[in-house]
Design a protein around this ligand. Structure first.
Ligand code: TRP
Length: 331
């Protein structure tokens, strides 16, 4: 049986947190055995907000190295940079002619980002979902693992696929989102009712994948809990402790019940130290690998060059089909 295609992408616009690791990267690694996976660095998308060129380049390598260190495998998956495959921009043009400004203006992320970057509301910021639709539709992806914040963008992608298929003839696969379940959600260490976010103003609220061990331990020690001194899972009444238990369980492979038993009668100090150490132990080998990879730019470039070649082969095939249906002259 033919394997289903999975596509996802991440913007090289910051270092992922352990929340991104648990909710996305870790799953992406596992999907590789079940699906034909295509993973992209969405560098074109980053231009929708102002970037410093040298930093963008450094962050792109950094993110690629981190993903490889986490277990994305260029032998199993196609790993490439969006800007290396020109068909993404080309399909975006075609889809733009079938997208209405009103559809894009009502996107939550567009409204949020417009408020945040009021001095730079550009066409790209508005067109962001159409570029994302092109990413997905070019590869005939059946599944798209995304965070809940990208759900609206996937809806537009589906609408555009259906619109094109109806106007011409069946061409695009209409993709399904894969959104991680609540249990796998890591919350802020400072406000455990909020999702952990790399853009939080308070650096103590999140653990970045590349934080140093001493910073990780310190942040867990400062994590907000409660005053009843009992390590029990109870999201309603003890959101902070429950979040730490979730993290401990994910990073040690123990169940939450096992963890509760382990810390019965012990204080929060000891518990928090153990959670910090569990995270440090998982991140240490990943970061060592990442640092080694970053020193080997020739290898990273080769991964990208191979990825570009494989991705472009598929993207060109799809775009040719689109151009033919539209009525462009085929040479
Ligand atoms: N917009 C996504 C994000 O910021 C990244 C992205 C770009 C993406 N293109 C994609 C995700 C295609 C899934 C599929 O999280």
């Amino acid at each position: 049986m033919e394997r289903k295609v999975m596509f996802s992408a991440v913007q090289p616009s910051g270092i992922p947190t352990i929340g991104n690791y648990v909710g996305a990267i870790k799953n992406w690694v596992q999907f590789q055995d079940e699906y034909d996976c295509i993973y992209s660095l969405a560098d074109l998308h980053t231009l929708t907000v102002k970037q410093v060129p040298a930093e963008l380049r450094a962050r792109s390598y950094e993110l690629l190295a981190l993903y490889l260190a986490c277990g994305l495998d260029p032998e199993k998956s196609i790993i490439f940079a969006q800007s290396h495959v020109p068909q993404h921009a080309e399909l975006t043009w075609v889809l733009n002619t079938m997208t209405y400004p009103g559809e894009l203006a009502r996107m939550t992320q567009f409204k949020d980002k417009s408020a945040h970057h009021a001095e730079n509301i550009n066409m790209g910021l508005m067109d962001y979902p159409v570029l994302m639709a092109s990413d997905i539709l070019l590869y005939g992806a059946h599944y798209v693992p995304i965070g809940a914040d990208q759900k609206q963008h996937l809806e537009i992608t589906r609408d555009l696929a259906i619109r094109f298929n109806n106007r011409y003839s069946p061409t695009f696969v209409v993709p399904e989102p894969l959104i991680p379940k609540m249990g796998a959600r890591v919350m802020s260490l400072q406000d455990p009712t909020k999702k952990m976010s790399k853009s939080d103003e308070n650096v103590n609220a999140f653990i970045s994948m590349t934080d140093k061990p001493e910073d990780i331990i310190r942040k867990f020690k400062r994590a907000v809990t409660d005053s009843d001194m009992c390590v029990k899972y109870d999201v309603e009444n003890k959101p902070g402790v429950s979040n730490l238990l979730t993290i401990y369980s994910i990073f040690t492979g123990k169940t939450v019940e096992e963890a509760e038993r382990e810390f019965e009668g012990k204080g929060y100090g000891e518990f928090k130290q153990a959670v910090g150490e569990a995270v440090v132990e998982v991140l240490r080998p990943i970061n060592e690998k990442k640092e080694a990879l970053l020193k080997d730019k020739a290898y990273l470039n080769k991964v990208l060059a191979d990825g570009k070649q494989k991705a472009e082969y598929l993207a060109r095939k799809m775009l040719n089909k689109v151009y033919k249906k539209i009525g462009f002259i085929q040479l």
